[in-house]
Design a protein. Structure first.
Length: 558
């Protein structure tokens, strides 16, 4: 399937920018930002935002900032800051010298809050959180004004400074914007813009005990940095009126334009950072980079390439309405990428010994195999062949059904890159388990030889028993069994018990002994694999990235 033949992407944000550039809005400049909160590892949904913000800036010759919205120190850690930077770089983007933090602006944000108080547009409120919810009203009923709403400017300034100085306990007072308690938009009903929170900040330490709310810090940070197009997900659409109100209320000369797009929803995948964190902390997975996790670090460890993730984000486009993307498309993107560049190799995951009785003992023959039939420039490799080889247990049946074209008594098959063999005898242990198959081979059918074209219906992968390298292989599947993992009262009930199957006694070609962490391979007839970081010089560990069957490509052809 050619990339541009069967998939048409849309990006309404680029349409907006092109119209802005045509009319000279923002002076024809484009300045975006990627603003993650450092309270967890980024996931595939964030990859879409990263590609959109950095990619848009690159397309229009603009700039993109990396800004950490670190306004909630109780949930933020330096570990998350570091992981986010690693993920953005891995995806292929560079913020150059434009790395910022909302905490860079804490003093400025405080002064903007003071400005709102002085202009009568903010007040200190003593309502409890429960009372505030009761006063807020509903979607159909207006809210009630706080009894503290009409405090004088002087009293509000005094109380807010005392909040900053740590004179009050957490949760006893907040600063609220004074807008309209009868607004049909609940976000405009005197929202909280500062709260008291005694938590040590990863950058500012204990210098502050009051912190701005996200809805307050974000638009002002955008304006301070000169952002032109503030791209965010659809759930912030109802927050845009406050975004615009705040910049107008402080009379900021820079007026970023907030534009909302539909977040990525992927089948069989959970995108809640809070719930992903709970999976990590609950021991349901081995960590944020568990290869079953939809985190960028998890996808990277599983073996996904940055090119495949960028391709996926480009294919799904940018829309205004929510939809669910089939996980099969993500798998298709990695298959397409690795099909062109992954080395081919043979690996037997569940070995069954085959003894070729008429092959000379003690002889090791070198056969030639192509490294990638899709790319001749990748050359060839030598693989050893000997009297004893391993094949897959599933490739042999003593009493096969019709149309079983693999090995069985009296049946012939070809060993890939080698010879045609025929099963002559089956060896079992005392329990009746098949432990060995005895065969003969036709020396005239060597791959590439004069009679190599003799037709048989089955071709099997194999490894030479004496030279094969032992390896552990981890077979990964979807973490959840439901297309919508959050269905039901307990999302952990939807976890897939077979999401990881570990095979400890696999055999791979000897060429793979020197494979490095992150190297990619297509194991013939098995799928695409990568070397896991748990590998050591004497113990190889492979992760299966994805199988060979491409359901997305088949759906597009249907």
């Amino acid at each position: 399937m050619a990339d541009n033949e069967t998939f048409t992407t849309t990006n309404f944000i680029h349409n907006i920018i092109e119209e802005d550039n045509r009319t000279g809005k923002h002076g024809g400049s484009v300045h975006t930002r990627f603003p993650p909160e450092p309270n967890g590892y980024l996931h595939i949904g964030h990859a879409k935002s990263i590609c959109l913000n950095f990619g848009t800036a690159k397309k229009y010759g603009g700039l993109c900032n990396l800004r950490f919205d670190d306004t909630n120190p109780s949930k933020e850690e330096v570990e998350y800051v570091d992981s986010i930077q690693e993920d953005v770089r891995w995806l292929g983007f560079d913020w150059e010298e434009r790395k910022f933090y909302a905490s860079d602006y804490f003093e400025q944000l405080y002064q903007y809050a003071v400005q709102l108080i002085k202009s009568g547009k903010a007040f200190v409120c003593d309502l409890t959180p429960q009372q505030m919810r009761e006063y807020r009203g509903t979607l159909t009923e207006p809210g009630k004004e706080s009894p503290y709403r009409n405090r004088s400017v002087e009293e509000n300034l005094d109380l807010f400074e005392r909040m900053k100085n740590g004179e009050f306990q957490d949760g006893t007072r907040v600063l609220r914007a004074k807008i309209d308690m009868a607004s049909p938009n609940l976000n405009m009903r005197d929202p909280v813009i500062y709260r008291i929170l005694r938590a040590s900040h990863h950058r500012t330490g204990d210098a502050w005990c009051i912190y701005p709310m996200y809805d307050f810090a974000h638009p002002l940070s955008d304006a301070i940095e000169g952002i032109t197009h503030s791209v965010c997900t659809l759930e912030f659409e109802a927050h845009r009126p406050f975004y615009d109100w705040l910049l107008e209320a402080v009379n900021h000369p820079s007026r970023p334009q907030q534009i909302e797009f539909a977040r990525l929803n992927l089948s069989y995948t959970m995108m809640s950072k809070r719930k992903l964190r709970a999976l990590v902390e609950g021991g349901f997975v081995s960590g944020w980079d568990d290869p079953r996790m939809p985190t960028i670090s998890g996808l990277r460890r599983r073996g996904f390439t940055s090119e495949s993730i960028r391709d996926f984000c480009d294919r799904i486009g940018v829309a205004k309405s929510n939809s669910v993307v089939d996980y099969a498309l993500l798998e298709h993107c990695i298959r397409e990428d690795l099909n062109a560049k992954a080395l081919r190799a043979m690996a037997v995951l569940r070995p069954l010994k085959v003894v070729i009785e008429n092959y000379p003992e003690g002889v090791v023959e070198e056969l030639t195999a192509d490294n990638n039939p899709e790319n001749e420039a990748m050359g060839h490799r030598k693989i050893p062949f000997s009297r004893e080889v391993y094949i897959e247990q599933d490739d042999f049946m003593e009493d096969p059904p019709k149309k079983f074209f693999r090995l069985s008594p009296g049946q012939e098959v070809r060993l890939k890159h080698a010879y045609i063999i025929k099963c002559e005898q089956v060896i079992k242990d005392e329990t009746g388990k098949i432990v060995e198959v005895r065969c003969t081979y036709d020396p005239e059918t060597k791959s590439g030889g004069a009679l190599s074209g003799r037709k048989v219906k089955g071709t099997l992968h194999w490894v030479s028993a004496a030279q094969a390298v032992k390896a552990q292989v981890r077979i990964y599947d979807q973490l959840f069994v439901n297309e919508n993992p959050e269905e039901g009262d307990d999302y952990t009930a939807n976890l897939n018990p077979d999401s990881l199957i570990t095979l400890h006694d696999c055999r791979v070609e000897p060429n793979l002994a020197k494979a490095g962490v992150g190297d990619h391979f297509q194991f013939l007839r098995q799928g695409y694999f990568t070397v896991d970081r748990d590998s050591t010089s004497g113990s190889l560990v492979f992760n299966r990235i994805v199988g060979l069957r491409d359901t997305w490509a088949k759906m597009q052809k249907a």
